[in-house]
Ligand binder design. Sequence first.
Ligand code: FES
Length: 87
Amino acid sequence: AFEVKLASSGKSYTIAADRSVWSTLLEHGIDIPVSCEQGICGTCITRVLQGTPDHRDVYLTDDEKAKNDQFAPCCSRAWTALLVLDL
Ligand code: FES
């Protein structure tokens, strides 16, 4: 598990191993637009302000992934214990 923190509210949420960032946030009323839910379309791409995403999508290029400043919350996870999102 890892935590995501929303920059706007300062609130943190625990992402369980078997849940996506997107579905966990949705459960708490934070509705990130999605389409494919499989890392293909890029609809859900969200800015990352802090932490290192574990990119699982095939939408971002390798260069974009290496910058670690955005990720796909429908499928990607985190290498760090905390990701701060620009939400
Ligand atoms: Fe398609 Fe996340 S919803 S990449």
